[in-house]
Design a protein around this ligand. Structure first.
Ligand code: ATP
Length: 342
């Protein structure tokens, strides 16, 4: 078949692997241009059904999406051995691998990335699309100048038909995930973690998330400016009706600030590394960075949402969708509950 994938493209090395597909570098024979190809293996059986449904959804969403911060779909092939999606290449790979390599992310760099993420997600939300799987592995870098593209629309959903309340809840999921990623970028460890479990903090990971319990421990957050903390508080607000929207994220002072004061410009991960507190937090930070490669911990933290209609996470964990504000302890108010610790 002259129109087959292998007639038109040469497959090269593997770039990544997810739950559903393997991604390879490929070269278009006619142009010499490089792309990424996401290959979904074809195997029959009822268990494969949801995968195929997800794939249809991913293709449908990708075809309708055209934005500088969204990965663009070039072509699709339905072949005997699998379905191939030819995607724009993000040559610098995942955001978090880049952080691990560079060992630091300043507030200025973080803002550069988040302006793009906010614009991309705003574009989606305006079109009634929610991504639902924003995590460091799905934020890809196209160059060393921190230009990013959001990838992996396998869980994305078009929410046109549903009620206002449902769409509000569904969109809020993306803002929460972005809040977790923002927190991680600025300090190098996640806001919620099973490793924070202690006599003083007797809450499991999912309890911490449902109650919105997190803080900004010293020394890692000392050099981060208050606007960043305020934005994170508003994004990690348990009550979805109070949570900041993506439009408001774009208008927030942290996002719109032209010049950050020198004192606002954190040394990010380097700052954290030079800190004196080499306790749990440091171990946790190192594991976080490692696990970002192995796709374990960061994803788990980001997958769990405090309050939303049931999604795959809850099916997977056989966990009931949590109810907000049911804890016995203080629950954050409209502005979020975290306090900067001195
Ligand atoms: P998940 O398990 O998160 O649902 P998935 O099977 O849907 O994953 P993707 O997340 O789309 O697959 O891709 C897996 C990995 O492949 C990404 O995390 C990334 O490292 C790499 N990758 C995907 N698309 C590209 C691209 N266009 N350019 C470079 N690398 C890519």
């Amino acid at each position: 078949d002259a129109h087959g994938f292998r007639q038109q493209y040469t497959i090269q090395e593997q770039l990544g692997k997810g739950h559903f597909a393997t991604v390879y570098l490929c070269v278009e024979k006619s142009s010499g241009m490089r792309y990424a190809v996401k290959k979904f293996e074809k195997r029959s059986g009822p268990s494969e059904r949801s995968k195929v449904d997800g794939l249809q959804q991913e293709i449908a969403v990708l075809m309708g999406v055209s934005h500088p911060n969204m990965l663009c779909l070039k072509d699709t092939f339905d072949e005997k051995d699998g379905v191939y999606l030819v995607l724009e290449l993000a040559p610098e790979g995942e955001l978090f691998n880049w952080i691990v390599m560079k060992q630091k992310l300043t507030e200025v760099e973080t803002r550069k990335i988040f302006v793009q993420l906010f614009q991309g997600v705003k574009y989606l939300h305006e079109r009634n699309i929610v991504h639902r799987d924003i995590k460091p592995e799905n934020i890809l870098l196209t160059d060393k100048d921190l230009h990013i593209k959001l990838a992996d629309f396998g869980l994305a959903k078009i929410i046109g038909e549903e009620s206002f309340t449902t769409t509000l809840y569904t969109r809020a999921v993306d803002v929460w995930s972005l809040g977790v990623v923002l927190y991680i970028c600025l300090c190098g460890f996640p806001p919620f973690s099973d490793e924070l479990y202690s006599p003083e903090n007797p809450y499991t990971l999912s309890q911490q998330i449902k109650l919105g319990r997190f803080d900004y421990p010293s020394p890692y957050w000392d050099s981060v400016g208050d606007p960043a903390l305020d934005l994170i508080d508003r994004m990690l607000t348990v009550d979805v009706e109070q949570r900041i929207t993506i439009d408001e994220c774009l208008e927030h002072p942290w996002t719109t600030q032209r010049e950050l004061k020198p004192s606002d410009s954190t040394e990010g991960l380097t700052g954290a590394m030079n800190g004196l507190d080499f306790s749990k937090r440091k171990v946790q930070r190192e594991r976080t960075l490692l696990s970002s490669i192995n796709d374990v911990k960061v994803s788990r933290v980001i997958d769990v949402q405090p309050d939303m209609p049931p999604l795959k996470v809850f099916e997977k964990n056989a966990d009931k969708p949590p109810q907000p504000n049911q804890g016995v302890i203080d629950v954050p108010g409209a502005k979020g509950g975290a306090q900067k610790k001195e």
